[in-house]
Design a binder for this molecule. Structure first.
Ligand SMILES: Nc1ncnc2c1ncn2[C@@H]1O[C@H](COP(=O)(O)OP(=O)(O)OP(=O)(O)O)[C@@H](O)[C@H]1O
Length: 347
């Protein structure tokens, strides 16, 4: 099947002229967002994520470069055409942006208020969308009576009122606790699989990417420094910034207190083993231990499933005679899909 891209950015630059130092916020951004994907854009605060995502639906205009939505060049549209476009490319925000003086149902219907559609048609659609996000019984309530997670569900229902093809999510879960974040991410994934909506997620949290995205782009200081399939990027992060983001999701960090508590004997080698194929590590460990007559203890383990493939690692200690340890270590290194590093600087 030929993969199409619903959104393409070509050489996009953005300089805010009112910026005191005329900061270049986006520099030469090239991005292809495949139709039907859940696409994550990650970066630290100030990297330009919001600016980038706002360029996609014309809330910001790039200083140069082009943004294509299917066959449309977004940055050549006039204000009226942009309003229509935002029905196709809708958006949710960190702070939900609900109207406090309107009911939940009125908030959801707001984007089509001025279309003067049949009241019953609007009501039915609002009911259907509130049902989809699990809030049908709240339709006559006001936003102030809802939790953050419920408010974001209302915002999602509102974003769907025009049957969009793309949903842009700007730090949509950053104000929510971990459990509520999970429930919102599940809804986003469901919209993607059931309604075939392309979802673009801007976040500073690698866990969000890990949970729902198929593709990732890493934005650093206005530049895309790495992009690709989420599993591949987790397995082989090529840039230091990407590695730092990946590290935030693993449980393989050691501090001095932990190291001291292990009380490892002097004839031991502390090793981090990460693997990135679909085989489990266990046979490799027992094989090496048998073959070289060393003892291997598993001190920490972290295994997860990304895009239905296993990825993870272990911290192990290898104990025995010096030559045996050396041979065992060499043997580990030569296993396909296994990355082995000696840990010798615990702080
Ligand atoms: N309207 C604007 N006028 C001037 N400068 C702006 C404007 N919007 C954003 N910036 C600047 O652009 C840079 C990137 O901001 P942006 O909000 O896109 O980053 P971000 O990665 O989304 O960060 P955060 O996660 O903190 O929101 C910042 O230095 C910011 O001050």
């Amino acid at each position: 099947m030929v993969q199409t891209n619903i959104i393409t950015l070509k050489a996009v630059n953005k300089i805010f002229s009112e910026d005191e130092n005329a900061n270049q916020v986006l520099s030469g951004v090239n991005l292809k967002i495949p139709t039907g994907s859940v696409f994550g854009i990650i970066g630290y605060s100030g990297a330009g994520k919001s600016t980038l995502i706002r360029c996609i639906n014309g809330l910001e205009t790039p200083t140069s470069g082009t943004i294509h939505y299917q066959d449309t060049v977004v940055n050549q549209l006039n204000e009226k055409e942009l309003i229509n476009l935002r029905g196709q490319i809708s958006m949710i925000f960190q702070q939900f942006n609900l109207m406090p003086q309107r009911t939940i149902a009125q908030n959801v219907a707001l984007p089509i208020k001025y279309k003067h559609l049949d009241k019953q048609v609007v009501n039915d659609k609002v009911d259907k969308l509130l049902d989809l996000v699990g809030l049908k019984d709240k339709k006559d309530d006001y936003p102030s009576s809802l939790s953050g997670g419920q408010k974001q569900r209302v915002a999602i229902a509102r974003a769907l009122i025009n049957d969009p093809k793309v949903l842009l999510c700007d730090e949509a879960t950053s104000a929510l606790d971990p459990e509520t974040t999970d429930s919102i991410l599940s809804i986003l994934k469901e919209l993607n699989t059931k309604l075939k909506i392309t979802v673009v997620i801007v976040t500073h949290e690698m866990k969000v990417i890990e949970q729902v995205c198929d593709q990732i782009a890493v934005l650093d200081n206005g530049k895309i420094v790495e992009q690709g399939d989420v599993y591949d990027v987790f397995a082989h992060p090529s840039q230091p910034i990407t590695k730092r983001f990946v590290d935030t999701t693993t449980n393989l960090k050691i501090d001095k207190a932990m190291y001291d508590a292990w009380r490892l004997p002097s004839n031991s080698l502390l090793v981090r083993v990460t693997y990135n194929n679909e085989n489990t590590i266990d046979p490799v460990i027992s094989n090496v231990a048998r073959k070289f007559n060393v003892d291997i203890s598993i001190l920490l383990a972290d295994i997860k499933l990304i895009q239905n493939k296993l990825i993870g690692g272990l911290i192990i200690s290898i104990e025995g005679y010096e030559d045996d340890i050396k041979n065992a270590y060499e043997d580990f290194i030569h296993n396909d899909g296994v990355l082995v590093e000696v840990i010798d600087d615990v702080e």
